[in-house]
Design a protein around this ligand. Structure first.
Ligand code: PEP
Ligand code: MG
Length: 763
């Protein structure tokens, strides 16, 4: 049921912000040139907000803000005063894309005095960014002589006006014609941007910018009543879909699960949130613009909050705001991700794995991120999709426009925006070379996976999507060494019930056609955020409530998954692996849940798997100190080097700034791993490594030298790693390795490369 509507006042009595917005909009709609309209607007704002000064700065090329209109400052400063992003308080507003209100701006360390403006007599200042499509298009500021304390409402009013002003700036009329031409010419220059290759390969196509905020076409509305109606309608539709989620059969069995969704619905019903959106409508915004305004505001205010409960609420509200927007837009928003041109190059600041899966990957040629690191989940999914990815491409969003031609050369850590003919020719050569290499690798498929000195190595594949399964037969691999079950959950807008999971796991095993598939139970939390679960929370989500910790605290969730795995296996053998186990007791608790489910299925007369093997991922270093006890209890062990690296070095795997700070080919890691190999050998427990380390030929070579005989890789790494294996004399390498484990070096990468060269291995 939709919440009751608040009483609406007489239409003629306009609230103060709405009156201002209506006047600004009238001027905007006028026929006068844009500069004149802007001059009028600053006067209206200054009068309405009782400010002695109102100024608008417009962004120009080279991150410069130019004073375009002012009421109160020296008129001669217009089109003369220019500030760089980050320079002065105005520059700070632009750089941080955040509003500032200062009672005594002159005391602020960032204050810069521009004599031509005559602003020395003004003490207080409030500035807000003018944002359009996520970019700063300018800054609007008001100033007063007194040390005025601007209220929250005043900041909000100015932000609302800024949303409207963005349209005037975007109209392109404000910058004179010759300059526009010059800007366009400058913008059309080819640019080369360096980054790091997160998944190798080459891609060429046209840029598509990934926008997290859905674009709102109409900002201003005449009839707040009608907008409120639309809001209530969308609100009850959203409730309907949450109710559907709650009515899901599978959830009816899982008490805790229901609790989470109920909480979600309670947030959606939070009268405070709805009231704030209605207040924003009252200022003259459309329902969509009002949702966005309130959400921007909540995000800005909460940016510095560290309390995990509050942060989780912001994340929930973000998700709900997006859902509400989609209902308001009648579902057209979803089409954004689906309506891709052929050969799209997706450009984003950062991106979650679920967001990448929202796109039609058949149309994607490459992905470029301003952030991102090799072990982040979006990179892992991109690898599964065989999508070239360059991460840490600094400021690419500022330098590329939608539709620009872009060449992504992830093998050489670079991106070319609007490339010249020379780059395009080289690119074509690169593509030919990659084709040749692929043909060479394909010739290896039918050859044995044995080292030059005759040691058989098992090559398994990492998977998480149904489309990965084809690689198992394509490469004739030994099995799926890691099936990341959470990826299917990330791709859906709601949790999967037992029946849906059963069907999925059965299809995967059917596809594996008798080869083993190691199903990892849900590894959610950390960088693996489910759209319907809330999200990363706590101050250190990677070390927080995630993976096995969630599963043990919400046993219904894990029991449903284990039930689905048992049913999916039918009479076949089943391999189950638990992630992020930090101590033996956690494995035992998980194993007990597995046994409970097996007993339940037996009691219900269902077919049980022919055999059940339960193992753990070794990715939390503490577990290594309980190895002898652990190895008596598990059927297999698999090292998760992505998380292991992050915990060994206390290095956030998703932090781009740390991506190459530590090296997995350090004596520390190799020594640690050699201890695990020795313990598993003594107790004959099957050991593998399924982190990204196994997917890089030099790292994989080191692992084999340490004694690993089974590794699980990204499908795209099969060719290069298999080629390395067939050229390797592993026993000779094993003799050289002990020396490399004891040195003081940051990394033994170069020494390993030297060994590879001496053995004539092509890496
Ligand atoms: C790992 O941590 O190495 C691993 C394989 O798991 P994930 O990358 O899914 O955390
Ligand atoms: Mg892991």
């Amino acid at each position: 049921m939709a919440p009751a509507r608040p009483p609406i006042g007489p239409a003629s009595v306009l609230s103060a912000p709405r009156r201002l917005l209506a006047r600004v909009r009238d001027v905007m709609a006028g026929a006068a040139p844009a500069q004149e309209r802007l001059d009028d607007i600053v006067k209206i704002i200054a009068a309405d907000m009782v400010a002695e000064v109102c100024s608008v700065y417009v962004r120009r090329g080279g991150d410069v803000l130019e004073l375009f209109a002012t009421q109160g400052l020296e008129p001669s400063a217009v089109h003369k005063t220019r500030l760089q992003f980050g320079e002065g308080i105005i520059g700070d507003v632009a750089q941080k894309a955040r509003a500032f209100a200062l009672a005594d701006a002159q005391q602020h360390p960032n204050f810069v005095y521009r004599p031509e403006t005559g602003e020395e007599i003004y003490h207080s200042m409030m500035g807000v960014p003018v944002l359009r499509a996520g970019r700063v298009a300018g800054v609007i500021a008001v100033q007063n002589r007194t040390q005025r304390h601007y209220t929250e409402e005043e900041i909000e009013t100015l932000q609302t006006v800024a949303m409207v002003l963005a349209e005037l700036i975007a109209g392109g009329e404000l910058i004179d014609h010759t300059e526009i031409l010059a800007e366009e010419l400058a913008a059309a220059r080819p640019v080369r941007i360096e980054g790091i290759g997160l998944n190798g390969g080459l891609g060429v196509g046209h840029a598509v910018l990934h926008i997290t905020d859905l674009p709102v076409a109409d900002l201003v509305a005449d009839d707040p009543d009608a907008e409120r109606c639309r809001l209530h309608q969308a609100f009850s539709e959203m409730h309907g879909s949450l109710d559907e989620l709650l009515a899901d059969d599978a959830l009816a069995e899982g008490g805790e699960h229901r609790d989470v969704l109920e909480t979600y619905r309670l947030i959606a019903e939070d009268a405070g949130w709805l009231t704030r959106i209605e207040d924003a409508i009252e200022t003259g915004l459309t329902a969509e613009a009002a949702v966005q305004r309130v959400q921007n505001d909540i995000r800005a205010r909460m940016a510095k909050v560290t309390d995990s409960y509050l942060r989780e609420r912001v994340h929930d509200l973000d998700d709900l705001a997006r859902r509400l927007m989609l209902h308001l837009m009648g579902g057209t928003g979803m089409a954004l991700a689906k309506d891709l041109p052929e050969h799209a190059i997706l450009i984003a600041r950062s991106m979650g794995p679920a967001e990448l899966l929202d796109y039609d990957h058949d149309r994607l040629a490459a992905l470029v991120l301003e952030e991102g690191s090799p072990a982040s989940h979006v990179a892992i999914i991109a690898r599964a999709l065989n999508l070239p990815v360059v991460g840490r491409a600094r400021d690419i969003i500022q330098q590329v426009d939608a539709g620009d031609l872009v060449v992504v050369d992830a093998d050489n850590n670079q991106v070319f925006v609007r490339p010249g003919d020379d780059v395009l020719t080289a690119f074509e050569e690169g593509v030919r070379h990659a084709e040749d290499q692929r043909e060479r690798y394909e010739e290896l498929i039918d050859q044995s996976t044995e080292t030059k000195d005759g040691v058989r190595i098992e090559l398994w594949i990492n998977a998480g999507l149904m489309i990965d399964m084809k690689h198992l037969t394509e490469w004739n691999a030994d099995g799926i060494g890691l099936f990341r079950t959470e990826i299917a959950f990330m791709a859906r807008s709601k949790l999967l019930g037992v029946d849906e999971q059963t069907r999925l796991y059965k299809r995967i095993m059917d596809q594996a056609d008798g080869k083993p598939v190691v199903f990892r139970t849900l590894d959610i939390g950390g960088d693996k955020v489910l759209p319907h679960w809330g999200g990363a929370d706590g101050q250190n989500p990677a070390m927080g409530w995630r993976a096995i910790r969630v599963s043990l605290d919400r046993p219904a969730l894990m029991r449903q998954q284990l039930r689905a795995l048992i049913r999916g296996a039918g009479g076949r053998e089943l391999d189950v692996m638990f992630p992020m186990v930090a101590e033996v007791a956690e494995f035992e608790a998980a194993r007990e849940l597995l046994d409970v489910e097996l007993a339940r299925e037996r009691a219900n007369g269902r077919t049980l798997p022919a055999a059940v093997r339960a193992g753990v991922m070794l990715e939390v270093p503490s577990l290594a100190f309980q190895l002898p006890t652990l190895l008596e209890r598990v059927d297999f062990l698999s090292v998760g080097s992505n998380d292991l690296g992050q915990f060994l070095f206390a290095q956030d795997r998703g932090d781009a700034r740390l991506a190459d700070r530590y090296d997995m080919l350090s004596p520390i890691v190799l020594k640690f791993l050699s201890g695990i190999v020795a313990e598993c050998d003594v107790r004959s427990v099957p050991l593998s490594l399924c982190g990204e380390m196994a997917s890089r030929p030099l790292e994989a070579m080191a692992l084999l030298g340490l004694g690993f005989r089974r590794i699980s890789l990204s499908p795209s790494a099969m060719g290069p790693v298999k080629s390395m294996i067939r050229e390797l004399d592993v026993m000779a390498l094993a003799k050289q390795l002990p020396d490399l484990l004891v040195g003081p070096e940051h990394s033994v990468r170069d020494r390993l490369r030297e060994i590879a060269r001496s053995q004539r291995i092509h890496i």
